[in-house]
Structure formats: C-alpha cells, structure tokens
Ligand binder design. Structure first.
Ligand SMILES: [Zn+2]
Length: 437
C-alpha cells in the first residue's frame, strides 16, 4: 500500500501542516514530516494553498441501481461522489426492485465495494415496495452484511401515522433512524412548484409549504412519544426550520429522543423564480422555494438547527428531463457541486467556517448514519479519509465533464468557487490532480 505525504495542507483552514497517510490511517500530522519516520518512499502531494477536510459523507444519494442503470449505476454515481470529495454515500432505497429486503441492500452494498470509489451504505425502505402499506423487513436489513441503520421511503412520504410510529419504534432495537421525506400527499396532488403568487401566474399547480411542515411537526411529536430517532430529509421552508428548532429545544430538555435535519445545496442557492423559465432542469422535490426560505435555511444551517448538508443527487436520463415541465421527472445532480455551493452560500458569505462545513458535511452525517469509520477529525490514528480542496479557484460547470451518467445539473454554465483536487479513501486516492484515479 502506497504511503502518501500531503505537504503544506491547511486542516479546516488552520495553520499549514503535513499529513502522512499510511496503512489506511493518518499516521502523522505536523510540520516537515518528510524527514520524519515512515515518510521514506512516500508519494508526495503538494497541498500548498489547499484545504484538508475529512472525507465528505452524503446522507442522501440516488444511485439508481438496480433498475435504472440508464440514469446512473453504483459505479458512475460513486465516481461522481469521489469527484465531489465524498468518501461515503447513503444510497436511497427507491430503486427497482426497491431496497426493502436484506437481499437488495446487500446487492447495493456489494456493488459499492466492487466499484471502490467510495463506501456505499444502502438505505433500507421503511415500507414494502415504498407502498406505504406495511413495514419492510427492517430488522433483516439491519442484520445483513450491509448493516443498514438509515431507513427511508424517500421519493415518497410515510404518510400513515401508525406506520410511521411503528417504524420509529422498530428501529430503536438496532439504533436506527427513520429519514422522512416530508410531503403530505393529499396537499400535494399534482403539485409542480412552490405554491405562491408565481405558481398562480405560471399556471403550475402549487406545492404549499404546509404540506412539508405538517408532516415534520407530526413526526417530531411521534418521535418524542415513542422515544426514537427521526431524521428530516431536505428541509426546504422557513417554517420547517422553525419547527425543527422548537423540536430540538424540546428534545434537549426531555432527552430520550432526537430529531436531526438536512438541507440540500440547491435549496441554499436557487429560488422558485427559476420556474418562470419553464425549464424542467429546475424541477425538484421538494420544490425550489422563495428567497426568504433560502435565507432561513442558511441561518438554520449556520446555527445548527439543520445538522447536515445532503445532496439528494437525483440523476435522470435526458428523455426524462427534456420535455415539458409537467411531464418531467423531479430531481437534479448534486454530488460534484455540493462543496462549491456550500462555499458560495455559507463560507464566502461569512455564515460558516471550514470547521463548520466539516461538521455538517462529514461528522454529523457520519454520526446520524452510525458510520464509525467516517467523519472523524484528521488526527493521528483516524481513518485516512481526506479531501484536498482548492477554495481559491473558480470554475464554470460543464455537464459534459460530469462523472455521473446523467447531465441534469441546474448549475450548467454557472461559475462556482472551489475545486476538489484529491480524495483519499482509507489512504488510497480515488481522485488525484482533480481527476479520477
Ligand atoms: Zn426526497
């Protein structure tokens, strides 16, 4: 196994230092390690001007395999993840077949190991076939080789309160968490974009904020009632942030239950005004919201109400997006641009420092997913999951260069800050010099 010496990196934006990666772990941290023990014969990577962050962890990725290999495969999706600085992703369960048995989650887990670009942790479905009628084999998935801890019907909401209660009770047995896609189905029938003055003007069926907020409020009450762990996927409204903030205060007072929440990069940057283009590249679930919502999401992420940035990377083939708005699929790519969007919206605005970014894009998602080998600070003995990032460069997003099989990025042609220069998974580079290894 090759030893790597990263020279003059800035860990989380602090003083420059060297890092020695050997035998899968951070073997040494300090100045001038080249002359020190273990550095003999190491491959040197000049990290001058680069940030070193712990490998990023995504709680919410759609890899599409099995079933929609025309959109993405575990191999191509994890290539995109490595290019974005991720060393672990949670693969959502809405595949074909649905990941609702030990067999399917083990298949996805194995495909991830074979591809080798980053660790793949399958998410298990909450209900059989995502149908919302009866609980899937949560225990069997937890006990499988894939060791599932995160359960979600994402793409659909577990709208039945009794099923949601049972799921929250069930996952306590193995310290699991239920990740809810909060969308009250009756309030969003046929919904196409954020409900507001604009949806009326554009003639597109509105998606009211209350459809998200009502489910989040209900689920926080259920989690408190049964004493379990709830994770709220892709929070998108100011009201949702406030509900999570109040629920967290209650959980802190009471103890015995927990709510965590995530926000997606696109909800931190883009607004519903883009729907006026009628370009389905901006069609996403939950929808892009207002500038006031964006502001509240940024504030919630800054103050820790929202724990995690998760990509909701949702690849779609050309024919599913290149059609009229109402017929187009929901979703956009996210893995390769997530860190740049967070820099643009949170760091360059002064809302968050790099330590805060590492907490929200690595440590917190690893904690929620119960991943012992990820999200650890870059100190001696930690697994050598590292991303080297250049925050000073700017680049124009070109979908043609994406490692993903799909091209549906809303950032095409946009100039964004930063670039992932290298990603290391347990000391082995998956990306070097900005290219896949
Ligand atoms: Zn979702």
């Amino acid at each position: 196994m090759t030893t790597y010496l990263l020279r003059n990196a800035s860990i989380l934006g602090g003083e420059t230092t060297d890092l020695l990666l050997a035998d899968g772990v951070v073997a040494a941290v300090g100045p001038d390690l080249a002359a020190g023990p273990g550095a003999d014969g190491a491959t040197v990577v000049d990290a001058t001007g680069l940030l070193a962050l712990p490998g990023l962890v995504d709680l919410h990725t759609h890899l599409r395999e099995p079933g929609r290999e025309d959109a993405e495969t575990v191999d191509t999706g994890t290539r995109a993840a490595a290019m974005g600085g991720f060393t672990a992703v949670h693969a959502m369960a809405n595949t074909e077949p649905v990941a609702d048995t030990a067999g399917v989650v083990e298949q996805v887990w194995r495909l991830g190991r074979e591809a080798g670009h980053c660790d793949v942790f399958p998410v298990g479905a909450v209900t059989v076939g995502l149908a919302g009628e009866r609980l899937a084999e949560l225990g069997a998935m937890a006990d499988s080789a894939a060791r599932v801890r995160v359960f979600s019907d994402d793409g659909r909401c577990v709208s039945d309160a009794v099923l949601m209660r049972r799921a929250l009770e069930y996952v306590k047995a193995f310290d699991g968490v239920v990740a809810q896609h909060a969308q009250e189905p009756r309030l969003t029938e046929g919904a196409q974009m954020n409900e507001g003055e604009l949806s009326g003007r554009l003639g597109l069926t509105g998606w009211p904020a209350v459809a998200e907020e009502a489910i989040i409020a209900r689920d926080c009450l259920l989690a408190a009632h049964v004493g379990s762990r709830l994770h709220v996927c892709h929070v998108s409204t100011a009201g949702s942030v406030q509900i999570v903030r109040e629920a967290k205060a209650r959980a802190a007072r009471e103890g015995g239950w927990e709510v965590t929440a995530e926000v997606c990069p696109h909800h931190l940057l883009l607004t519903d005004e883009l729907a006026a283009t009628y370009d389905p590249i901006y069609k996403v679930n939950p929808p892009l919201r207002t500038a006031a919502d964006v502001e509240a999401l940024r504030a919630g992420l800054a103050d820790g109400t929202i724990d995690v940035v998760a990509t909701d990377h949702a690849p779609h083939p050309h024919e599913d997006k290149d059609c009229e708005w109402a017929a187009a699929a929901f979703g956009m790519l996210g893995l390769e641009t997530a860190l740049s969007i967070v820099q643009e919206t949170m760091v360059d605005t002064g809302l968050l420092d790099w330590a805060g970014v590492a907490e929200r894009m690595s440590a917190a998602p690893a904690r929620i997913g119960r991943l012992a080998e990820h999200g650890q600070p870059l100190t001696v003995g930690a697994p050598a999951n590292v991303v080297l990032y250049d925050p000073a460069v700017r680049r124009v997003v070109d979908p043609a260069t994406s490692a993903s099989l799909s091209r549906n990025t809303p950032y095409r042609g946009m100039e964004l800050p930063g670039r992932v220069v290298a990603t290391f998974l347990r000391g082995t580079p998956t990306v070097l010099d900005g290219a896949l290894v």
